[in-house]
Design a protein. Sequence first.
Length: 463
Amino acid sequence: MTMELDQPTIQEQFLEAVQSENVLRIKEFLNDQNISDVAELIGEFPDYESQIVANMSVHRAAKVFKILDFATQKNIIQELPPLTSAELLNELPADDRTAFLEELPSEVVKELIKTLDPEERKITLSLLGYPEGSVGRLMTPDYISVQIDWTVQEVLTHIRTEGRDSETIDVIYVVDDKGRFIDDMRIREIILASPEKKVGDIIDYRFISLNVHDEQETANQIFKMNNRVALPVTDNNNLLLGIVTIDDVLWVANEEFSEDMQKFGGTEALNEPYLEIPLFKLFQKRIVWLVVLFLGEMLTATAMGFFENEISKLVVLALFIPLIISSGGNSGSQASTLIIQAMAVGEITLADWWRVMRREILSGIMLGAVLGIIGFVRIIIWAKFFPDVYGPYSSNIALAVGCSLVGVVLWGTLCGSMLPLLLKRLGADPAVSSAPFVATLVDVTGLVIYFSFAYAFLTSVLG
């Protein structure tokens, strides 16, 4: 009976190679690993991150570099020798290089651009010239384009010659002699067609394209709706400028999701890893919304001061203030989160505001009714066992609390659902109508609703 020895892990193999100080062995080991495994090694051994990249072939190093987070990318570029960093930046696809450079300070960008080859420098400056958040910043000029009058054989020959430098060869783009976009074809259509067939006989003129000035969010929606791996990018004159691939769109979607999650929590988007962002900058990101929310909550004290006379006559009313305002805030936060998420995935648009309002009115009434009944029953039962707690007006208080819960939950639901749509209509980011913001708004109005019902049901006591 033989015993199988445990195979060393990739981490153990890497440490053995490094400790051997054999450069050739280190290079061979790194170039034999999957790109994702090398990225994990960089994450686990940050002291060796620049050494790992420097000891890989430049082509594979670029593939690893593009999937790392920005903080790690910045450290690597800073630690690499100037010649190596220049080779790496030149090897990066234009869109990934642009995404990295746009996060750096302008003076650093100027220095790094000087290290690029003339052609790569021209492309990068062109991409950086498009507005931030536009499709132009995402596109790559590395694609395969063919003429409409070419034969399939000519197309295949062209792919073999130029395909190595292309971002993808899954889709081939057809242009006229002036570079205007005509149609696109999947590589499958080319492979299955006879060599003598013309491109014009294969295409069907049914295509989807992006404009270079479209928002990146628009590209994300189009990719999801049409199940594409790449889309052409044109200007206003229909000239083909580049393509956007699905991996770039997914990366943007992930970044937007992270930003929205931070905004939901009542803070500005950090745009940097939490542990990398300077403390004072983190303070600046958080303090603005905290002050805004604090000023909003001060209105709650103002509202309570307005009803001070009613509270002094029946102190028991103050017991239910946290219950009322938290119920309204919770319902508003629920509605806000649901609507923002539905807007993000394209399920609803501004044109659907009336349908949303009708649904939320009905939802608010039903949700409020359930909470109102629970609150009413709880006070009635409690008063039976502890009659001194609420005094002789327990049924009036129960009605006030029950009706207030219906009103506050309904109001919270309406605020939470309508605020994102209103902000979108005004051109603002719907994510800023986050849970804390909605909760603050509902807190103030919830007190008004509560004491209005209390006054109506307890006029004989409070009058």
